[in-house]
Ligand binder design. Structure first.
Ligand SMILES: Cc1cc2nc3c(=O)[nH]c(=O)nc-3n(C[C@H](O)[C@H](O)[C@H](O)COP(=O)(O)OP(=O)(O)OC[C@H]3O[C@@H](n4cnc5c(N)ncnc54)[C@H](O)[C@@H]3O)c2cc1C
Length: 239
């Protein structure tokens, strides 16, 4: 059976950095759009020559009792869809299928490290807002978000995650900069450099990793070399 195609209308877009935007959409014709944190949508656009382009985008907001959802995406050099989407204006519409995917929180809840670079933060923004909204969801487990960016300007949702960490003592927000300059007081270097310090010899946690292939491989290999079972490591690859 073919999947149902929805129409999503862009209601708001905001710049997160020079090449990255946060988008808010409303799914048309439905009172509520249901999904599980971590899932993605398949967006489709037909080019002027008739070629159909579809690309996957993780939902960057937690599910709610309404028809709204958010995306976080960046312009990929010479890429068609990312640039098409980044040029959309408020009120424009796009075809969407989904939600799809099994990059979702797996019970039982354990202490968890979320590792992202760039727009790989999208599913974790959804998962973390959903988790901390209700203590029965996180069961007071320790949650670490290790988020790698180049510079301070590239840390998407920085203030929002700082506020979340202030409000929830079991949520630890650790942005790290590969090209941090001057007075940056936080972590420096690549995400994988900080993983051993966070997991601290433990193998009884869960890890969720999202972003580009090279970063995911580095972190999976590292965790496996630290004795982790591969079933405790889940990942979503964007390229
Ligand atoms: C499950 C899933 C979820 C995804 N969620 C998101 C998301 O939330 N936000 C987001 O921005 N992207 C996300 N992506 C990537 C997205 O689907 C597209 O691949 C990306 O927007 C590029 O599409 P394009 O048509 O512009 O470029 P294309 O013409 O498809 O690609 C151009 C070139 O860029 C490379 N490339 C693809 N993706 C990236 C990237 N993200 N960064 C750098 N180079 C890339 C490709 O390998 C190719 O060589 C996700 C991918 C998957 C599989």
């Amino acid at each position: 059976m073919p999947f149902q195609t929805h129409t999503a209308r862009l209601t708001r877009s905001t710049a997160l950095s020079g090449f990255t935007k946060h988008f808010e959409f409303e799914m048309q014709g439905v009172p509520r759009f249901g999904f599980v944190p971590g899932q993605w949508l398949s967006l489709k656009h037909t080019k002027s020559d008739g070629e159909e382009i579809t690309r996957a985008y993780s939902i960057a907001s937690p599910p709610d009792e309404n028809n709204r959802f958010a995306l976080c995406l960046n312009r990929v050099q010479d890429g068609f869809m990312s640039n098409f989407l980044c040029d959309m204006k408020e009120g424009d519409e796009i075809s969407a299928q989904g939600p799809f995917g099994d990059f979702i929180l797996r019970p039982p809840m354990r202490d968890t490290i979320f590792i992202a670079t760039g727009t790989g933060i999208a599913p974790f923004r959804s998962m973390l807002h959903w988790l901390v909204a209700d203590p029965s969801r996180h069961e007071d487990r320790q949650l670490w978000l290790l988020f790698g960016s180049r510079t301070e300007q590239d840390i998407y949702y920085h203030q929002e995650f700082l506020r979340l960490a202030e409000a929830h003592e079991n949520f630890h927000y650790l942005p790290t900069l590969s090209r941090g300059v001057g007075d940056w007081q936080g972590l420096r270097g690549y995400v994988q450099q900080h993983v051993p310090g966070i997991v601290a010899g433990r193998t009884d946690m869960h890890a969720y990793i999202c972003g580009l292939d090279k970063m995911i491989r580095a972190n999976r290999d590292l965790l496996k070399s630290l004795g982790w079972d591969r079933k405790s490591i889940r990942y979503e690859k964007y390229d």
